[in-house]
Design a protein around this ligand. Structure first.
Ligand SMILES: NC(=O)c1ccc[n+]([C@@H]2O[C@H](COP(=O)([O-])OP(=O)(O)OC[C@H]3O[C@@H](n4cnc5c(N)ncnc54)[C@H](OP(=O)(O)O)[C@@H]3O)[C@@H](O)[C@H]2O)c1
Length: 134
């Protein structure tokens, strides 16, 4: 059998494979939801992001810092948090990225975090939270 004959035999399985891959991509795209592409700024707003040293929390922190927000990374490990904060400050050119300790499995830690945030001078007197990302 020549090359053309072998290619003809592969055509049907390759077509099935291509269709399956295409359908998978379309279904994944559909279920992963719409993507926000707006250019909105949040200058002057304060954002608290939990679990912000890695993964989805860090990406959210980076995006909101790039939009001019004052961002607080609430992390249980402040060393990891500082590493993420430094990376975010450099990549977004926003110096208003802070780290505060928070272990969400401890209500005492949640209370201490809330007290520290409310008292912290980084907010200044009377500055209300613009956003709260839980
Ligand atoms: N702010 C948010 O809403 C937020 C943020 C992150 C993740 N998530 C959720 O987590 C899921 C997985 O996300 P991912 O892929 O980004 O996961 P991931 O990479 O595993 O990150 C999870 C984050 O949560 C932190 N975390 C876990 N337990 C914690 C605790 N007791 N106190 C404080 N922080 C804690 C982790 O800190 P360590 O590095 O110290 O483990 C890490 O920063 C998603 O379904 C998402 O909904 C939500």
């Amino acid at each position: 059998m020549g090359v053309i004959g072998r290619l003809a035999r592969l055509a049907v399985p390759l077509s099935f494979f291509g269709t399956a891959v295409g359908c998978t991509v379309l279904v994944k795209d559909y279920y992963s939801g719409a993507r926000y592409s707006g250019q909105a700024r949040i200058d002057g707003k304060t954002v608290i992001i939990t679990g912000a040293n890695t993964g989805i929390g860090k990406e959210t922190a980076k995006d909101l810092a790039a939009r001019g927000g004052r961002v607080i990374l609430a992390c249980r490990d402040t060393n990891k948090g500082e590493q993420a904060a430094e990376e975010i400050r450099q990549s977004t050119d926003n110096k208003n990225v802070f780290v505060r300790q928070l272990d969400l499995s401890s209500l005492q830690s949640v209370r201490t975090f809330a007290d520290n945030v409310v008292k912290a001078s980084i907010f200044g007197i009377g500055k209300a939270f613009g956003y709260l990302v839980a």
